[in-house]
Design a protein around this ligand. Structure first.
Ligand code: NAD
Length: 264
């Protein structure tokens, strides 16, 4: 996006040390926002990532480490971001994990972790962030759901439950905050080139004699009509748009960025 349209705003982005979260942090900082980078990496590495972001974009940045599988840590992350920089005007719930397995052998502890990180953490952070946004009369919440918040694929029960839940929860919070200058939306990415795809690409590659490129082509052919893994920056740019004043009329929406996946 052109211009420093988010100058003076503070963003908290969860899971922002790699992948889509990092791209969102970059896009928001490029638009002028100060950014609290959240992650699970050790403090020194996270602080280095935040310092690099600040250096490149001329914004303020800080690092907050928290395990979002733990409800107490998830509930505290907004207050810690406020201590580090300022109460977030922008909250991006991006952190997420995946596990693929048929229902009858799906490990219950993987179910619990996926629901905790991909769904409950967003409840805790929104619950903590909304009051200051309301007071200020301005807020932007962007939840990174998935095409799997809208449609299903096999072997993803926990991820589907979490992402469909995130889509529903976001609509509810959008309605509760609609007169407060706050918008709440989901982005629903299709296949995007990040580390989360590693195990799924490896499993598919095993069917192609270990050929990674053939595996990616096959995954895309099955679901994603543009036949291209999305660069994470494309999700970052859409997130920055949803945080702009131009998007003030967009709330309660779950926007597919999926190369046509959910058009089928
Ligand atoms: P990724 O694995 O690169 O990033 C996931 C992030 O979540 C990492 O920063 C990681 O540190 C963080 N995280 C994991 N466990 C955590 C925990 N216990 N506490 C706190 N943070 C934790 O993958 P990504 O593709 O960048 O994923 C980002 C989001 O995008 C996820 O919610 C994912 O479900 C969603 N998504 C990804 C794709 C895709 O194709 N890559 C498609 C649709 C949706």
């Amino acid at each position: 996006m052109a211009g420093k349209t988010l100058k003076g705003r503070t963003a908290l982005v969860t899971g922002a040390t790699q992948g889509i979260g990092e791209a969102i942090a970059q896009a928001l900082a490029a638009a002028g926002a100060d950014v609290v980078v959240h992650g699970i990496e050790p403090q020194a590495g996270g602080e280095a990532a935040a310092a690099a972001l600040a250096g490149v974009h001329g914004v303020r940045a800080a690092y907050v480490r928290a395990d979002l599988a733990d409800p107490a840590q998830a509930a505290a992350v907004v207050a810690r971001a406020a201590q580090a920089l300022a109460a977030p005007d922008i909250l991006v719930n991006n952190a997420g994990i995946q596990h693929t397995c048929p229902i009858e052998s799906f490990p219950p502890e993987r179910w619990d972790a996926i629901i905790a990180i991909n769904l409950s953490a967003a409840f805790h952070t929104m619950r903590a962030a909304v009051p200051a946004m309301r007071e200020r009369g301005w807020g932007r919440i962007v939840n990174i759901a998935s095409v799997h918040g809208l449609v299903a694929s096999v072997n993803k029960t926990a991820y589907l439950a979490a992402k469909h839940g995130l889509v529903g929860m976001s609509k509810g919070v959008a309605l509760e905050t609609a007169t407060d200058g706050i918008t709440v939306n989901c982005i629903c990415p299709g296949w995007t080139e990040t580390p989360i795809l590693g195990p799924q690409i490896a499993a598919r590659a095993a069917q192609f004699g270990g050929d990674r490129e053939a595996a990616i082509r096959d995954l895309l052919k099955e679901k994603q009509p543009n036949l291209k893994l999305l660069p994470p920056s494309r999700i970052g740019e859409v997130a920055a748009f949803l945080c702009s004043d131009a998007a003030e009329g967009i709330t309660g929406v779950s926007l597919p960025v999926d190369g046509g996946w959910t058009a089928q």
